[in-house]
Design a protein around this ligand. Sequence first.
Ligand code: F6P
Length: 319
Amino acid sequence: MKKIGVLTSGGDAPGMNAAVRAVVRKAIYHELEVYGVYNGYEGLMEGNIKKMELGSVGDIIQRGGTILYSARSNEFKTDAGQQKAIEQMRKIGIEGLIVIGGDGSFRGAEKLTQKGFPCIGVPGTIDNDIPGTDYTIGFDTALNTIVNAVDKIRDTATSHERTYVIEVMGRDAGDLALWAGLANGAESVIIPEQEESFESVVGKLKRGQERGKKHSIIILAEGVGSGVEYGKRIEEETSMDTRVTVLGHIQRGGSPSGYDRVLASRLGAKSVDLLMDGVGGRVVGVENNIVVDHDISKVLSEKHAVNMNMYKLANQLSI
Ligand code: F6P
């Protein structure tokens, strides 16, 4: 393989730039030509592709977002769209593609691979919801953004003796909520995988109030439903002064943590190794701190599981 491409797709995640840098530098190190595809699969179909040099990825390891931009594309889900994308790459002589994104992006990579165009998936999403890897690029940074935000909310919650419902991202996944719940010592963590009954949440709040607690924090994953609605129910049921904060897209931005930069560098480099070995249809990841790769269809057929021991621990520590 002499020429490869790289794109970022779906929701951006801090550390995507570090992954792009690793792909570009590792490819050039091995004397490959590497092409950046702009605007995800949309740009791929349009041929928005530019050759990358060592300097193209200078000064980006610390930057959030993605210098390649990102998009979600409906046209690319069609056979015609995928064919168009392959033709664009063949025109330039690109023989393999690295896709940095989440499960939606990997479905596109799976389709291209099935059509004879080898692709490697690099898990880049704050949700940490990709099977076959302990962590996805961006999760650690987003977690720390939440932890810092909740620390600030806790200050004002204590001053006013309030209860807070904090809604965090994670469309179908509770990892961000669960980890933040543990890290912030939240009274309750509400996640799609294991919903705590409303009665139990209220019971805990009331017991805390009786013990003289000055504030309560409930962290709710957006996949469960609206934090605003949940906050209203809490206030109605308990008469506690309750506020809601929806952290939103602030969780997706910012400079990547050291961990995310290292993870992105390792996974980006591994994806180049795989293409150089003539391998496609794989998703890279890290398990027990070892870089691994798995079949892309297998990854897509499985569901990421939250760590239920951590969930139990969060409950035990918030009695
Ligand atoms: O998948 C990453 C993610 O940030 C989810 O946590 C969230 O539900 C979704 O993307 C939001 O997507 P958008 O930026 O398109 O609103």
